[in-house]
Design a protein around this ligand. Structure first.
Ligand code: M6R
Length: 359
């Protein structure tokens, strides 16, 4: 049931405030204590290995920034199809985390089996609680996103991010590291902020018409927004079949800048954070070469850097650590509306399956 929406994807995008509210309800008490299962003990491990495929992999990449910055823990992230064949050495002080919406992705399950008996603990971050990955994990962290039907993952991604952030906060607490200001209570703001971001839909619909005729589109982000550039590009290619690439802004001059011309839109994800100036200077390099820039930032960022861009999408102001969760919304909406403008099959893109149970 699409609940009055044209597509499951539209419904699932719109459901995110409610879905994340459910996730917060499960992992945060009314007095804002983190309520992850007691078995999760970050004092007996010294590193985290995260493995997933597709969008789950990008959620883990954001998780790496959070664990490193907030909990000061080293994190390795890999795609399951590489990890499982690499035969990486594993210390028994490793927490191994497998993120999968379906819980049935063949490569992720095989990677889990490789880690089983080697790592201290196997943690499954899954949406489907009766799945193979859930069954074979020592600790299951359900996403509580609710059923995700659309092939393109949306609410599972933002719920995965929410839990990864909560885990990083818990790890910091257990290891005696002070939490970033406002945490964890700031997490409560996520549903409302997503709701506000969803109001940008009309503007994004209009700008997506311009994107639909492009052959290539580049997404740029830096720091914790870099994985969001990757996710934005993945979503856009799977839904609209337009070739899209996500790059770390700082990598631009190491190759991709050669692609820049006025027919290649560049979407820049740049909240006004500590790395803002650096990303903006990369954006200006694009503009100096005739590139057409869509800047996604907040009001302050728009005031400082909006001039000369072809479009600015102004997001609500968000606490720093929450930016990757919030900036997922415009990335999803851009992909969805570009697909609508192109007339592709949004919920069931060609060649793709919701659950990839073959290698
Ligand atoms: O069910 P999983 O989370 O294990 O699925 C992993 C990927 O197949 C999935 O995220 C895929 O990349 C999506 N179609 C992305 O929107």
């Amino acid at each position: 049931d699409k609940d009055g929406h044209k597509h499951f994807m539209a419904k699932e995008i719109a459901e995110q405030p409610v879905a994340i509210d459910r996730t917060l309800h499960a992992y945060l008490s009314e007095t804002d204590d983190i309520t992850l299962p007691d078995e999760l003990d970050f004092t007996k491990i010294d590193r985290v290995t995260m493995v997933a495929c597709g969008t789950g992999h990008y959620a883990c990449l954001v998780g790496k920034y959070w664990f490193e910055q907030i909990a000061k823990m080293p994190v390795e992230v890999d795609v399951a199809s590489e990890f499982r064949y690499r035969e990486p050495p594993v210390s028994d002080r490793t927490l191994a985390l497998f993120a999968s919406q379906s819980g049935e992705t063949a490569d992720t399950l095989a990677a889990l089996r490789y880690m089983s008996g080697k790592a201290d603990q196997i943690v499954g971050l899954v949406n489907v609680s009766e799945s193979s990955i859930a069954r074979e994990s020592d600790v299951i962290l359900p996403l509580y996103a609710g059923p995700e039907i659309s092939v393109a993952s949306t609410k599972a991604f933002t719920c995965q991010l929410t839990i990864l952030l909560i885990m990083a906060l818990k790890a910091a607490q257990q290891r005696g590291i002070p939490l970033p200001e406002g945490m964890p209570s700031d997490l409560r703001a996520i549903p409302g902020l997503i709701h506000q971001s969803l109001m940008l839909e009309e503007q994004i619909t209009a700008s997506s018409r311009g994107l639909a005729t492009a052959r290539d589109i580049i997404f740029l982000g830096r720091g914790q927004l870099y994985p969001l550039a990757l996710e934005g590009a993945l979503k856009l290619k799977e839904l609209s079949y337009i070739h899209a690439e996500g790059y770390a802004s700082g990598e631009l001059k190491h190759g991709p800048i050669a692609l820049i011309e006025d027919t290649v839109p560049v979407i820049v994800l740049a909240p006004r954070d500590a790395l803002f100036e650096k990303t903006i200077s990369n954006m200006q390099e694009v503009m100096a070469r005739g590139g057409r820039v869509v800047l996604i930032t907040d009001a302050e960022g728009a005031r400082i850097a909006g001039e000369g861009t072809s479009e600015v999408i102004t997001m609500p102001q968000v606490p720093n650590a929450l930016a990757p969760i919030l900036y997922a919304i415009p990335a999803q909406l851009v992909a969805y509306h570009t697909a609508i403008a192109k007339g592709t099959d949004v919920d069931q893109p060609r060649n793709l399956a919701k659950s990839v149970t073959v290698e």
